[in-house]
Design a protein around this ligand. Structure first.
Ligand SMILES: [Zn+2]
Length: 221
């Protein structure tokens, strides 16, 4: 009898695989998409397009409430799982967006080495790696942050611009000439970090665009 029960258990596990926890709250059972209904409702997902310095940018949700919490988890509280889940969401949205069909490369916004050591991972790289999981585009790791910049939060618009000027560099041998490069980051606030990296890509002959999990209203400044 025991053997029969074992077999029944095996069959049951096959038919009803355990449901993974939600990738955003880690509490409720996940829907097939990777997050639970509660999180999806709280996130107020709305795919939005706008332009920063003439470059098309897209994002998934407003940087407020639960969306803001998630960005903070990714940035400051080891929210790797959250970044991975949101990366898949971004990938699913991006592959349905006709304007992004021509993207050649994903370019995650790099972190300075010191900050990377503090945090353990770069949330923009985790986002890009997971975008690639569902939307097959190569991830470029050839852009570096060469200068430690102050944290952007709390700085005035003018200081933010000064803060990111000359902060990035393209490694020798990395060719973005004629390529459509989609800059990936967790959130866009003033748009200055994006603007600085977009300018660099343009200087190297590439065509920059942007994709972000969260957005604030200040990007229009
Ligand atoms: Zn959840």
């Amino acid at each position: 009898m025991k053997r029969l029960r074992d077999w029944l258990q095996v069959l049951e596990d096959l038919l009803l695989p355990p449901v993974a926890p939600c990738g955003l709250c880690q509490e409720h059972p996940s829907l097939p998409l990777g997050a639970c209904q509660v999180c999806l409702s709280s996130l107020a997902i709305s795919w939005e397009r706008w332009e920063v310095q003439g470059h098309a940018c897209f994002s998934l949700f407003p940087y407020q409430g639960f969306g803001r919490e998630l960005v903070h988890q990714m940035k400051y509280h080891g929210g790797y799982k959250q970044a991975a889940t949101l990366g898949v969401f971004l990938g699913l949205a991006a592959r349905e967006e006709p304007e992004l069909a021509k993207v050649d490369l994903l370019v995650p916004v790099p972190l300075a080495t010191g900050r990377l050591e503090q945090r353990g991972f770069n949330q923009a790289v985790v986002l890009a790696d997971n975008i690639r999981e569902v939307w097959k585009r190569p991830v470029c790791h050839g852009v570096l942050r060469i200068r430690e910049t102050e944290s952007q939060s709390g700085l005035s618009s003018a200081r933010r611009k000064r803060n990111v000027r000359g902060a990035f560099a393209v490694l020798p041998g990395i060719d973005v000439q004629g390529k459509s490069c989609l800059i990936v980051d967790d959130v866009i606030t003033s748009g200055n970090t994006f603007g600085a990296l977009a300018q660099l890509i343009q200087d190297y002959g590439g065509k920059p665009m942007g994709i972000f999990a969260g957005r604030t209203k200040r990007y229009k400044e």
